[in-house]
Design a protein around this ligand. Structure first.
Ligand code: SF4
Length: 248
């Protein structure tokens, strides 16, 4: 379970809730997987293991997993849109299918902060490309594992109220065209309060950030254990699939 270190707001659903989460445990095998390295038939060289262990330790000291989320009422749905209270609209065929009959939608954004990316930049500037690459993979892993645990915690809250939750899904994946809805989510949550900003093309800064939604309700369709990866055209080649099937 997620160890929520600090919850800044009460769950009155009028304001976004901020969670500062504990840093998850990450193994060296998970970092290898995020790099796309396959050591099933041969062991990594001692130098490779040493580098990855060193960077994993460094990454654990640099990440600050922080999530912000809020429940929003769903006011209607079309074939490829979900209409939300306050005139918000998200455009995704898969979202309409998955959460169209949900009662509410959870909007969520998460980041591991900027320290890790600043360190990657330092490694790049120093020409230490292997370190930069490994730290980047470590950051993706910490983000994916942190977000899975946040979603589990949100699900548990709703379960306690007799509700279920859909699998998380979000813009930026192949099944959701365009990044415009990243801006909808980030602006609604005022995610700048946890340090997330957007470029003109709707990319999140820090890069190691996520924007996601999940439907909650009492009568949701049964997707039989499927996750958003089952609807993604990259599922056969994606290094992050095993780590973040719920949300990477
Ligand atoms: S397969 Fe990879 S890119 Fe596609 S949804 Fe899953 S984690 Fe995201």
């Amino acid at each position: 379970m997620l160890n929520i270190e600090r919850e800044e707001c009460q769950r009155d659903m009028k304001e976004p809730i901020v969670w500062e989460a504990a840093v998850p445990d990450v193994t060296i095998d998970e970092i290898f997987r995020a790099q796309g390295a396959d050591y099933s038939k041969r062991s990594p060289r001692p130098k490779v293991i040493e580098l990855n262990q060193r960077i994993l330790q460094e990454a654990a000291g640099l990440v600050r997993p922080t999530a912000i989320w809020q429940e929003v009422r769903i006011s209607g749905s079309g074939e490829q849109e979900l209409f939300l209270e306050n005139g918000l609209k998200l455009t995704s065929k898969l979202l309409a299918r998955v959460a169209g009959i949900a009662d509410n939608l959870i909007l969520m954004a998460m980041t591991i902060g900027s320290f890790l990316e600043e360190r990657i930049a330092e490694y790049n500037e120093a020409g230490q490309m292997l370190e930069a690459f490994t730290l980047d993979a470590a950051g993706s892993t910490f983000l994916a594992k942190s977000s899975v645990r946040v979603f589990e915690q949100i699900e548990a809250r709703y379960k306690a109220e007799g509700m279920t939750a859909t699998f998380p899904l979000g813009p930026g994946h192949s099944y959701w065209s365009g990044l415009n809805d990243v801006r909808v989510i980030i602006n609604f949550l005022k995610a700048d309060q946890i340090g997330i900003s957007l470029t003109e093309t709707n990319l999140m800064v820090p890069r190691k950030s996520l924007a996601f939604v999940m439907g909650v309700g009492r009568n949701l369709p049964d997707f039989k254990g499927k996750t958003h990866c089952d609807f993604c055209s990259l599922q056969k080649t994606c290094n992050m699939r095993k780590l973040g099937e719920k949300c990477s």
